[in-house]
Design a protein around this ligand. Structure first.
Ligand SMILES: *[C@@H]1O[C@H](CO)[C@@H](O)[C@H](O)[C@H]1NC(C)=O
Ligand SMILES: *[C@@H]1O[C@H](CO)[C@@H](O)[C@H](O)[C@H]1NC(C)=O
Ligand SMILES: *[C@@H]1O[C@H](CO)[C@@H](O)[C@H](O)[C@H]1NC(C)=O
Length: 305
């Protein structure tokens, strides 16, 4: 899965990776600095804001436990609400820099209910994390199995307008199906991060294209871009956030080589490949907890009688 002989090749790759947010990020390399000068373009990157945003309600901002100077300045990653208690995100969003060392639940906060990153609105919900489950075969070198779940201490209040769970993708799409990417990531390489969430419409590319530009491409990965408009792309801070196809959660922003760089695809975790993992580790664990509380409840009811 994550063998030592891959490390040398991978170090080179990791140096040019930059979709990581600062929790799992390497220090920005010179290559990126150079590219930033060459490609000073608006990237989620290339994003837009719809008049009526029907998708932002599914997305949360994952942050540190305490902001530095103002609310939201510690945004690290995006995530998706898959149940009132469970957030789906990328594994690299919940670990230390390029390692497998997991962050503690108390190091993380989830902010739901608002498309604004920096403003506390009446809909803003700030939620503590109770537990982190990262895929045990997540490999920080190949970035395989870049998937994790956050269990919240309290349920997200779902009103269907500002916060809502999203269904997981069970359909298989042909290549070149358009999907929507959402996030608060940088609007261009090393550029600022927006307050109001951005969208970009990109499409899933054929596997051969994904393989051609990443030697570790394998199970559970997919790649996406809009080959007619390379400015549309995910960037630092979009990690962990959703790629939504036909209304369901299909991809998790994972990594890429620069942002909005022509002829470079970006990589996503294929949610459909992990349906069993999500069910076992997410919903499975939840239902067993509920089952136990149900038994306890019954015991109490019987004792009370
Ligand atoms: C990145 O590296 C440079 C030079 O190696 C250093 O000056 C800078 O403080 C580092 N930045 C971070 C965020 O670690
Ligand atoms: C898109 O979603 C609709 C309703 O959720 C479903 O009926 C349809 O089959 C989906 N389309 C594809 C191509 O999966
Ligand atoms: C995503 O995973 C599913 C299930 O493993 C697979 O059938 C599908 O082809 C994958 N999608 C892409 C774009 O690779």
């Amino acid at each position: 899965m994550c063998s030592i002989e891959k490390i040398l090749v991978s170090i080179v790759l990791i140096n040019i990776l930059q979709l990581e947010t600062y929790v799992c990020a390497k220090n920005n390399s010179k290559i990126i600095m150079y590219e930033a000068k060459e490609n000073y373009k608006f990237l989620i990157t290339g994003g837009y804001r719809p008049k009526i945003d029907n998708l932002a309600k599914y997305v949360v901002s994952i942050r540190g436990k305490k902001y530095k100077r103002f609310f939201g300045d510690d945004h690290n990653c995006g995530g998706s609400i898959i149940s009132p208690k469970v957030i789906l995100t990328a594994a690299h969003c919940v670990c230390m820099i390029a390692s497998r060392i997991e962050l503690r639940p108390s190091d993380l906060l989830v902010v739901a209910g608002t498309p604004r990153r920096l403003v506390v609105t009446e809909k803003t919900q700030v939620l503590k994390v109770d537990k982190v489950i990262r895929h045990i075969y997540y490999c920080p070198i190949t970035i395989r199995n870049d998937i994790a779940l956050l269990f919240l201490l309290k349920n997200i209040y779902e009103d269907g307008v500002s916060a809502q769970r999203i269904s997981l993708q069970t359909n298989i799409f042909p290549p070149y199906t358009f999907c929507t990417l959402l996030g608060w990531g940088r609007i261009f390489t090393l550029g600022p991060t927006p307050d109001l969430i951005l969208h970009a419409d990109i499409y899933i590319l054929p596997t051969e294209i994904c393989k051609a530009s990443y030697i570790h491409f394998g199970f559970g990965m997919m790649c996406a871009r809009d080959e007619t408009d390379f400015e549309k792309d995910s960037c630092t801070g979009d990690s962990g956030g959703p790629l939504i196809c036909n209304g369901s959660l299909t991809g998790i922003v994972s990594f890429g080589f620069g942002c909005g760089v022509p002829y470079r695809v970006s990589y996503y975790t294929n949610v459909t490949s992990y349906l069993d993992w999500i069910r076992e580790n997410g919903f499975g664990k939840l239902s067993s907890v509920n089952f136990i509380s149900l038994i306890l409840l019954q015991i109490f009811i019987i004792e009370g009688m």
